[in-house]
Design a protein around this ligand. Structure first.
Ligand code: 6GU
Length: 227
């Protein structure tokens, strides 16, 4: 999978070289390219924003610089993800769907967001004919300073599902959010007793059927508690 993130703060993405993501890039499973939006400006001041038509607070990012930046990376079958708190909520299901994309482009807006014509332009027939899709996505009901952290959340959730990224793919078989409302049961390891707290007796029994039953009950209790 090829990932391109466009931002005015490329340094935000330093953690993408760490841990599983860094390793997957070394193995050629994944290619992550970070692009500085300002390098696509054509004026002396490297302007990326201006005041909103219609008035109001804040600044809106210019369509032309975004157009040049996106044009420089977009390939057939790409999915362009525009990060905005007004977007569709990101879920584990969406993460699974996006693992099928050949290229993901993350447009990280700042300020009051990106001129809406950028979304409109890349949603037009000339792009859908090339298999290009546009999604406006939010990671939750709160407002961040920009799309950078949100796109890293998405990149981590999506790429860990790609074949070969996780050291132990069995980890994906039973995890929270694998199905609607499912939360994983609590886990325990050594020592058997820690600060007066013991590991539940059933987990030491060796009775796999009973253990599976206990875990299913615990998972249900957790799901109810979090409603
Ligand atoms: Cl994608 N962007 C911003 N700025 N805030 C958010 C968000 C995105 N998702 C939740 N809050």
């Amino acid at each position: 999978m090829r990932i391109d993130a466009i931002t005015i703060f490329p340094d935000y993405f330093a953690p993408m070289q760490l841990s599983l993501l860094g390793k997957a890039q070394g193995q050629g499973i994944l290619e992550i390219n970070i692009h500085d939006l300002r390098s696509f400006t054509t004026d002396n001041h490297h302007t990326v924003d201006d005041t909103p038509y219609g008035g109001g607070a804040g600044m809106v990012m210019l369509p032309e610089v975004w157009g040049l930046a996106i044009d420089s990376v977009i390939a057939d079958e790409a999915t362009l993800i525009v990060l905005t708190p007004a977007g569709t909520r990101f879920t584990q299901e969406m993460a699974y769907e996006l693992t099928n994309a050949k290229q993901l482009i993350f447009a990280c807006g700042r300020y009051e967001g990106i001129d809406d014509r950028v979304r409109q332009h890349y949603s037009a027939d000339q792009y859908s004919a090339r298999g290009i899709k546009v999604l406006e996505v939010s990671i939750g009901d709160y407002v961040l300073g920009g799309g950078e952290v949100a796109s890293m959340v998405m990149i981590e959730a999506i790429t860990r599902l790609l074949p070969g990224v996780l050291g132990n793919p069995e980890s994906l078989v039973e995890e929270s959010h694998m199905s609607e409302g499912y939360l994983e049961y609590p886990n325990f390891t050594k020592p058997q007793s820690w600060r007066d707290l013991s590991v539940p007796e059933i987990l030491l029994s060796g009775n796999h059927a009973q253990i599976a039953k206990w875990r299913a009950t615990q998972a249900e209790l957790r799901a109810k508690k979090n409603l």
